[in-house]
Design a protein around this ligand. Structure first.
Ligand SMILES: Nc1nc2c(ncn2[C@@H]2O[C@H](COP(=O)(O)OP(=O)(O)OP(=O)(O)O)[C@@H](O)[C@H]2O)c(=O)[nH]1
Ligand SMILES: [Mg+2]
Length: 222
């Protein structure tokens, strides 16, 4: 089937650029997160809470995959370097976009690069960017069936945050059903229920991230 061949070639070219980016990041000792979620799931909110908590202990830079400056301006107000990765309206970031945006950030003065992908639970899962960690954010108002409907996204997660748990009392969200769907796809994935509004659950996520950044630094120094 020729259509499938074309898609394979595109992904192959993408993966080659992603591999180069990964080498650059590793040489610099920068850990990169690919933050993925539905539109409005809480990507920017999680990024901002994370920056506020960690910016005195880690040097953080941010890439915002978007077509407008709204999220860039929010992150810039926290005083960390941030750049827009203009997706031109595409439904996902790709390795070329991220690679082209690297010179816009002071990469040799960072420990952690946070990449906010386009709000979408399907396309971003298929594209390597050169990052180290897939962070998937689900949120309570989206419903408890999301792992069942978007399996590739949940299967590929290294970390899963369930955001907006402050809204649990207002939504019919069966946490057991959600967790079962995740466990079938991705047993043992690091899972953190959080609320960006109240801060609940954030300490566990921050500890996980601190450990991941420390692991990278230790490898780099060795
Ligand atoms: N109640 C509640 N609202 C939240 C929470 N986290 C985020 N929000 C709100 O949800 C809305 C969307 O949050 P964003 O962080 O902008 O979500 P996003 O995924 O970056 O959205 P896009 O970039 O547009 O895809 C905003 O109005 C936030 O204030 C939370 O934990 N609880
Ligand atoms: Mg956002």
């Amino acid at each position: 089937m020729p259509e499938i061949k074309v898609v394979e070639n595109i992904l192959d070219a993408n993966d080659q650029i992603a591999a180069r980016t990964r080498q650059q990041l590793d040489a610099l000792g920068v850990v990169a997160l690919n933050i993925m979620a539905s539109p409005g799931g809480g990507k920017t909110s999680v990024i901002m809470q994370t920056i506020s908590a960690l910016k005195d202990e880690a040097r953080i830079g941010v890439m915002e995959g978007d077509v407008v400056m709204i999220d860039v301006e929010k992150v810039a107000a926290l005083g960390v370097p941030v750049t827009l990765v203009n997706t031109g309206g595409n439904c996902h970031l790709d390795a070329n976009m991220v690679s082209s945006a690297l010179p816009s950030l002071p990469m040799d003065a960072l420990d952690l690069l946070i990449i906010e992908n386009v709000g979408n639970l399907i396309c971003p899962a298929a594209f390597q960017l050169g990052h180290h960690v897939n962070v998937v954010i689900a949120s309570v108002p989206e419903g408890d069936d999301k792992p069942y409907k978007y399996p590739a996204m949940f299967r590929g997660a290294d970390v899963l945050l369930l955001n907006k748990i402050d809204l649990m009392d207002y939504i019919d969200f069966r946490l057991d059903y959600f967790r079962h769907g995740v466990e079938v796809l991705n047993p043992g994935v690091a899972f953190f229920p959080v609320s960006c509004k109240t801060g609940e659950g954030f300490d566990a996520w921050l500890d996980w991230l601190r450990a991941r950044v420390a692991q990278r630094s230790a490898t780099n120094e060795a």
